[in-house]
Design a protein around this ligand. Structure first.
Ligand code: SF4
Length: 206
């Protein structure tokens, strides 16, 4: 693995392309060892930004955010909520895929608070570049990164939370949580709330 270029790590990125280039050489935490970094994608100055936790197995390989199972749920819910994904910017709190190798599989591992803080450098850069009106934190890790503190979803969903950069923050579930809810009725309810939250955020942004 080649040595990182310290200048590229410390220069404040001024474009999405610079963020992509920066995470390729980033050594702010040890997760650079986990494969490709995945930054955000979407139109410059999108009104709505989604922040997930970290890329998954498929996202790491394709170098695109939210294209795996969670991305498919997000796409379906966005469609039901009347939110065009092509008009939103989609990214993650942590840009590398933290995982445990298990044979041929790679099992997701939740990033720790130190990794979330380290990678906030890149999320903050994306926030400065895109300047969205509304930022939706998908799940607890994203909420920790976006708000800088634990922000329980059950207590704060369906609220517009003021952020220091003039954007409004919204919290909702991570789509992967919807995949894990074991009971069919509870899953249906959680999904309906998720769609409601996306609709709420879009209304706030437009
Ligand atoms: Fe850098 Fe973030 Fe990757 Fe850590 S997870 S190495 S902070 S890009």
């Amino acid at each position: 693995m080649e040595a990182p270029d310290a200048r590229r790590q410390d220069a404040r990125p001024g474009s999405v392309e610079a963020v992509w280039a920066g995470i390729e050489v980033c050594r702010r935490c040890d997760l650079w060892r986990c494969g490709n970094g995945v930054a955000g994608e979407g139109p410059a100055h999108a009104r709505l930004m989604f922040v997930g936790e970290q890329p998954g197995d498929q996202e790491e390989q394709a170098k695109r955010p939210f294209i795996g199972p969670s991305g498919k749920i997000l796409d379906k819910a966005l469609q039901e909520a009347g939110v065009p994904r092509s008009e939103t910017f989609v990214t993650n709190a942590v840009k590398h895929f933290k995982h445990l190798p298990r044979g041929k599989r790679r099992l997701h591992k939740t990033p720790d608070a130190g990794e979330v803080v380290a990678c906030r450098w890149w999320l903050d850069a994306e926030r400065r570049i895109i300047r969205p009106r509304v930022i939706v934190a998908l799940g607890a890790t994203a909420a920790l990164s976006v708000f800088g503190k634990a922000t329980p979803i059950g207590r704060f969903r369906q609220q517009a939370l003021q952020l220091p950069d003039q954007a409004q923050g919204v919290v909702t579930y991570h789509p992967s949580y919807l995949l894990r809810v074991p009971d069919a009725e509870a899953k249906r309810r959680a999904y309906a709330m998720f769609v409601d939250d996306l609709r709420f955020a879009w209304k706030l942004a437009t």
